[in-house]
Design a protein around this ligand. Structure first.
Ligand code: HEM
Length: 208
């Protein structure tokens, strides 16, 4: 019996587009709290941190979609583009807060990127996200062809660990929270190496 069938038939009726306005809610809430002075003594840092965290959560959510389909038969593929694009916009906002509110002085930007390894790694992760965000549309998929498009989007497997390592390096000492996220990313990537025939519920195989 396909235990995922009722979930999938409910999901079929849910369109993907509402994720975009819904995904904007946390950023509006974070900025609103900042303007209201509710983010403590260093609102810039708090905004930077929260946007970075949302970006990472969304990256992890995007990575979970293929294993969920492969092992549990739950089909969330139609939401993946919105989740990936939202992750990109959160990281872009995280980067802009760093540039505009944190560093501020243009001559210090490059120095900071080169001098601080956690910024170098964060920047590398962000730069790898750019081609993915730019090609997350039907036109690019058609132009590149499915095989090349899929190959390009495998950059996620590099950028997601870099993003999680960036968080591990940001915090002082060995804290558990970023390590959990790194383990999550590594675990979700490792699941892709498991033979495709292993599944919890019956479900057709999935590519990528
Ligand atoms: C995929 C890319 C990225 C992800 C997922 C990410 C995520 C995060 C997370 C989760 C934090 C820590 C939040 C906390 O402490 O609660 C953080 C902190 C930070 N990130 Fe990123 N980040 C990324 C890229 C970048 C880039 C491109 C820059 C700048 C070039 C950057 C600069 C910073 C800075 C300055 C901090 C705060 C450090 C401090 O507390 O002093 N990040 N990031």
């Amino acid at each position: 019996m396909d235990l995922a069938a009722p979930i999938n038939s409910a999901l079929k009726r849910v369109p993907a587009w509402p994720l975009y306005p819904l995904g904007a809610v946390p950023v509006v809430w974070i900025l609103w709290q900042g303007l209201e002075g509710k983010l403590g003594v260093d609102p810039t840092k708090a905004i930077e941190h929260q946007l970075g965290l949302w970006g990472l959560w969304l990256l992890i959510a995007g990575l979970a979609i293929t294993p969920l389909q492969r092992f549990a038969g739950i089909r969330l593929l139609k939401f993946r583009r919105a989740i990936g694009l939202l992750a990109f916009f959160y990281i872009l906002a995280h980067l802009l807060v760093w540039l505009v509110l944190d560093v501020q002085i243009p001559s210090l930007i490059w120095a900071d990127i080169v001098k601080r390894p956690y910024i170098t790694i964060g920047m590398a992760a962000f730069l790898l996200m750019v081609p993915l965000a730019l090609t997350s549309n039907n036109w690019s998929l058609r132009k590149l062809g499915a095989a090349r498009w899929r190959r390009l989007h495998k950059l996620t497997y590099v950028l997601a660990p870099l993003a999680a390592i960036h968080f591990v390096m940001v915090v002082k000492g060995w804290q558990l929270e970023p390590i959990y996220y790194l383990a999550c990313v590594v675990g979700l990537l490792a699941l892709r190496l498991v033979p495709k025939r292993l599944r919890i519920f019956a479900a057709p195989p999935v590519r990528s």
